[in-house]
Design a protein around this ligand. Sequence first.
Ligand code: 3H9
Length: 712
Amino acid sequence: MNELVKLTHLEGIAVITIDNPPVNALSPGVPEGILNSIQAAAHDPAVKAVVVIGAGSTFIAGADIREFQKMTAGEKPRLTLHPTLLAIEDSPKPVVMAIHGQALGGGMEVSMAGHYRVIAASAQVGQPEVKLGIIPGAGGTQRLPRLAGVAKALEMCAFGEPITAQEALALGIVDRIIDGDLEGDLLAGAVAFAREVADRPAPKTRERKEKLGAVDSAIFSASRDTARKTRRGQPAPLAAIDAVEASTKLPFEEGCQLEAKLFNECLYSTQSKSLIHAFFGERAVNKIPDIPKGTTTYEIRRAAVIGAGTMGGGIAMNYANSGIPVILKETTQEALDRGLATIRKNYTNSVQKGRFPQAVMDERMALITPQLNYAGFDQADIIVEAVFEGMALKKQVFGEIDAIAKPACILASNTSTLDIDEIASATKRPKMVIGHHFFSPANVMRLLEVVRGKATSKEVIATSMALGKRLKKVAVLAGNCRGFIGNRMLAPYFREAQFLIEEGASVEDVNQTLYDFGWAMGPLAVSDLAGLDVGWRIRKEYRHLEKPGVRIPRVADRLCELGRFGQKTGRGFSKYDANRMPSPDPETAALIEAVAREAGIQRRRITQEEIVDRCLFALVNEGAKLLGEGIALRAVDIDIVYLNGYGFPPWRGGPMFYADTVGLAKVLARIQEFEARHGSDLWSPAPLLQRLAQDGRTFGDFDRQSANQASA
Ligand code: 3H9
């Protein structure tokens, strides 16, 4: 019918194959191709029924998301799905949708317009649109309740998680599971099914009503409460709930009209643009200009982790979760037992919450070998060091493992700030040394910052990026500097949070304002959670670098000197009860006032706007410096670091994207104001930011230009 959609025949059954690699997205031409094929089949007297199937690894992954970017950038919409879906549903010949891989978003909507659905056992179906800040826009909120029932449709449309083939069958979304992993099994099963139903009256989903009756309206308010709690600040889930509710109150056509109105409101919002930016960003970070796709990688079959503390234990769990046997080494039996007990507790929690069965936990525990010595390290393909953050100790450990590890073994450090080149200098193989900076809790947080030293080989980098994917992480490559991307930017962000409390804001003002901005936690609450002693130890390492006369925050150090390390000691910036619930600490407030007095700071009233701008633009300015220095490859890499490792609100797209939405000229003007007030040592604007702002360009433009240069 066109290059994207092919129509063939198998003895009375028309087979419509969608072939738009890599994921059969509904790009312009695909809906039209399906429509033409359906019409051709309808008019062909030899055709008794129709099968729609996807070529390649999946059915249809949804609308072509790039089209949405074009639309919101001002181009005319080219996506028209409704006429195709109505034509499928009105087809006089039964249409059987054959699903493998994924039927997501618009793909799910296409499948629901069919009269029947058969599915491969390993496939998934879902309406993930809310994750892009939109809602289903091709009748999904109206057809899904008619197939799955209102409660499940509500959950799927409002929260976006896909479901398995087995669940889809139990819910009545699909009619049959087709077993068999061989190519052709699904098509054969679908064709056989089509022959069975060829003479039956074909049920139209939009006319089905049996699952719409007797709905308890309390489920909508309960769902809205959950959305407000778990999707704080996001309108799309609430819009999806409104649309699904409409399916119970309005005729199908009117429900679709409401859905279309809500879809458009969501699509043109900054939130949707931010979330779509994050979707493509997650995929862009894997592309490294000087490391082409086919670069040789090392095979990682066995791993070893040194240090069974919070980080080391979490890292070992990642390997075990991915089926890679891992040795976990500690220096004392007590520390090893403690580390292992934490791992066991984490897995037990998952079993109790039903995430996986006990047998899976047992398998994973069996993959972890706890020990006090280096036995077996000579067999490891990768050794990850996760000892305390101190250069002398790290170098000692690297010296030791260099002597034991096989030549092709990657030596990775989980350092969060230290110089990878100096660590590598303790070995005779700096090309095999790399930073693998995991984020706490390492078994949960998705970010892996991969830090490239000056000698790190391309193969080691390529292996690390691929390993990140295998460990189900989002790996982002950073250059070597103090704190790399994430923590180097965090330093000025935390600095400003502390300056603000010295200048007159309360701890609670700062935490609440940034929480309301959308961060998972306020910065001072994060410091209390992570332990103030961690930063204290690092600052002591770098004391010699402090410039005389440049203001530095003092409160955290003073709290540490009093043994107040945050949550773990019950006191830090805030006070914590036995359940770790925070409350204002009058003693901290008095200490802050004393610090301000000693430093000669005149305390004043501080607005929420100043709190946001000081903290956020400190982050952005440092990000722009990192970009200018080439430590970060792209602005979007910084965004992905912050979205996946630091609790930055996903619907703001990351700090650099946020700056683009504010406007770089405005960001620069504010930074220059702060520079005039607080001095150039703290606030000199990044040269790249100045350049982009003067040219009226954005960080997004910078990324596009870099991509063009790389491909030229
Ligand atoms: C929607 O459908 C709205 C409807 O209601 C209709 C309204 C009218 N479009 O992830 P991968 C690209 S909204 C364009 O690495 P995997 C992706 O960028 C949509 N491109 O593979 C990448 O490109 P590159 C609802 C897409 O195997 C390549 O394909 N649907 C799309 O790890 C491979 O992707 C969704 O939200 C797309 N829809 O995972 C599903 N999808 O190679 C979004 C992928 O240049 N997609 N690409 O970097 C996914 O969740 C995953 O891609 C999937 C495969 C699970 C399908």
